[in-house]
Design a protein around this ligand. Structure first.
Ligand SMILES: [Cu+2]
Length: 226
């Protein structure tokens, strides 16, 4: 099914959900069928340059699709792909070896498919961040950060899933000087909040949940950057 999205956006203003993001295509169009158990990439040897992955989620769970370069460095990603929906993901890859990961349930390492890109063109990787860490907030504790530490200069995407049962939670990070570095804002039960933090200074960082009283209930901790 190849939808004419440019026409869709101009003439059917009610179909906003399908038009909210840049869903146009460029370069070769390669289909990816994501399900709860598979990540079928129609072509695994691609020419360098622009490619559009046309992703269809045939699973029962919300999924996301990542393109990784060597060392699990994230090239790009598309999140929140609902069951039965399709989205486009444009890439501009230089020659090299990559992996595509479909992540049913939007967690873990995902189902991986190797792809190889060859020829001239495309962009070398300039990742927005070096890696990501997933952790949870519950009433009233953070879990999954006990062993966390970072290298000076690393940029890391933090993904916090609120596992409830009742309260919203935040994740505020403070520099060794105790200035605030940044935060994941109030995140509802069942939702996942995200923020990218770049650690320019070494030392001990502190984090808390900034919602009234949660720090004193135990939602706090520290990690080191070295
Ligand atoms: Cu909290």
């Amino acid at each position: 099914m190849r939808r004419q999205l440019a026409i869709c956006c101009a003439s059917i203003s009610l179909v906003l959900a399908a038009c909210g993001s840049d869903d146009s295509t460029s370069g070769d169009v390669i289909s990816i069928v994501a399900s709860d158990t598979a990540c079928d990439v129609a072509d695994t040897e691609l020419p360098a340059g622009e490619t559009t992955f046309e992703i269809e989620n045939k699973g029962d769970d919300v999924t996301e699709v990542y393109v990784y370069a060597a060392g699990d460095r994230i090239v790009t990603e598309k999140e929140n792909i609902g069951p039965g929906t399709s989205v486009n993901l444009k890439v501009d890859l230089a020659a090299g070896e990559y992996e595509i990961a479909c992540k049913p349930g939007q967690k873990g390492d995902g189902i991986r498919q190797d792809i190889k890109v060859s020829g001239k063109g495309g962009k070398a990787l300039e990742s927005k961040y070096d890696r990501e860490i997933e952790f949870t907030a519950k009433d009233f504790a953070f879990e999954g950060l006990a062993d966390f530490s970072a290298k000076k200069g690393e940029a890391i995407e933090f993904k916090m899933e609120n596992k409830g049962p009742a309260s919203e939670h935040e994740f505020e990070v403070f520099l060794p000087s105790d200035e605030e570095l940044g935060e994941i804002g109030p995140t509802k039960v069942g939702a996942t909040g995200e923020a990218i933090f770049k650690f320019e200074e070494s030392g001990t960082y502190r984090y808390i949940c900034g919602i009234d009283g949660h720090e004193n209930l135990g939602m706090k901790g520290t990690f080191t950057v070295a």
